[in-house]
Design a protein around this ligand. Sequence first.
Ligand SMILES: [Zn+2]
Length: 492
Amino acid sequence: MARPTSWRSLSLTPAAQLRGLQDEQLARYVREELYPFSRHYRRVLDDAGVDPRRFGGVADLARLPFTTKQDLLRAQTTPENRYDFVLRPSPESIKQHWPFARKLALVLGGAGARETLRYRYTPNFLTFTTGRSSEPVGFTYTPHDLDVLSEAIARMFDVVGVTAHDERIVNLFPFAPHLAFWAVTLGGFKTGRLVVPSGGGKVMGTDGSLRLFDRLSPTAIVGTPGFTYHLLRRGNELGTSFQNVRTVVLGAEKTPPGLKDKMLECLRAGGAGKVKIVGTYGFTESRMAWAECPTEDNASSGYHLHPDLGVFEVIDPASGRVLPEGESGELVYSTISGHGTCVLRYRTGDLCVGGIRWSVCPHCGRTLPRIASELRRVSETHALNLTKIKGTLVDLAQMGQTLAEMREVEEWQVVISKRNDDPFEVDQLEVRVAARKGADGEKLASEIRTRLASATEVAPNQVCVLPLEELIKALGMETAMKEQRYVDRRPK
Ligand SMILES: [Zn+2]
């Protein structure tokens, strides 16, 4: 089968051929990389009785167990297992598992071949997960992986249409050993366009980032939905010009649909013309991200995947069964191009409504598979003990989305605590909002009660309408790595 030689040809390759390519690449990857060099997956394949030399492709993944965050955590916290997920070749494993031609090239290639080994397998970079619920998990990259990341994100910029020669990209993600900041910086460099990382609110401050806008007049903004909106709103207050902004790329968190309209209003007030606002999806364990292509009305078009770099399955989160194309379920990720820390059948905990589609994208004509845009965390449901007798399950994400979508709500925060701070008392749910200019606070509070009751079946004990500045501070917009949207003050 002829392999597509460029990103462009890959994104126009018929789906059947892309699937064939994935099968081939996954089989080779399991046989020549994962089984020989990953202690964890060698064990997994042996335990499942799967012969790596007979691993056929994507359909065979179902013969193997899933990898979970707990597996990664466990390995990381036991010194003798710390490198279980990292590909670590040895002369013996190469001798034993590589095909003759590859071994021969290594022997005959001398210093050049040894340099290739270093490039592919020696970690030179590390990021961490941002999870609040558990210890951060480290993910190592080798030079090869950094090149894959740069390539994947450069493709993402192509998908979102940041392709003109005069693009000036501002990266608002905070400086940290997290995927988002480095992905946009490295991928931005790879596009050959001007990239300026401002570090978001925490480093230069919102006003500092806006001064950068005065100097640079950016064409593209990349950041989290919450901070980007905050920046645009502040820009309106300071009279910042957004006249050259053509694209806003949002990531790291889910974007509620109502927020895009609010952003467009700010952009227009700052003199912008037509602006595309697109979402992205990515996670530490994949060491890459995917983007939606732009649409006329900024409706979501689904995340366009890189089928040559990784494989997604959609499973029933309860039974673990692999679901057919287009069905809703949990996303499971396997790398087929990674070195350093590698995962196979990793359960993302993200539920995808509408699953994955392999049909040609009606917006851009690319043949790449797409993840449907509506994602929700499996773990976002929290138990609240509201009645003292029986706990109620509350989907906090749904609550946040309901608040963010309301036009009259400028900012919001949800606080859970114990009544009177007494650990034996019932839980209290407080919703704090800042109202839009000119909105009637009392009317807003009562509308919030009604909407939350119908969306989540839980009525807050209290709805507080606060001044915007106070809420911005409480959210940590200028001080925290991530806005504090949900604050759980209950004793652990
Ligand atoms: Zn498209």
